[in-house]
Design a protein around this ligand. Structure first.
Ligand code: SF4
Length: 70
């Protein structure tokens, strides 16, 4: 039992293919939250590929998206 978290790679947009948490949202969120970070799926494709999951990078990424009208 995994607390209702459905694992599956089909909904995971993370490109860090060597990560064992890909497709398991519960583990992914727990890991990044414990580090004060955001999961890769909240970033734009460009932001995600930086592999920088910090809140600062998320804010920069969101500002770039907003400026670009995306
Ligand atoms: S966002 Fe982080 S924990 Fe989640 S699959 Fe990607 S690298 Fe792994």
């Amino acid at each position: 039992m995994n607390g209702g978290c459905k694992a599956g790679i089909d909904h995971c947009s993370c490109t860090y293919t060597s990560c064992g948490k890909r497709g398991n949202c519960c583990q992914c969120v727990l890991f990044h939250r414990s580090r004060g970070e955001v999961t890769g799926c909240f970033f734009s494709p460009e932001g995600e590929r930086s592999y920088d999951r910090s809140l600062e990078n998320f804010v920069r990424d969101a500002a770039r998206r907003q400026a670009a009208g995306r």
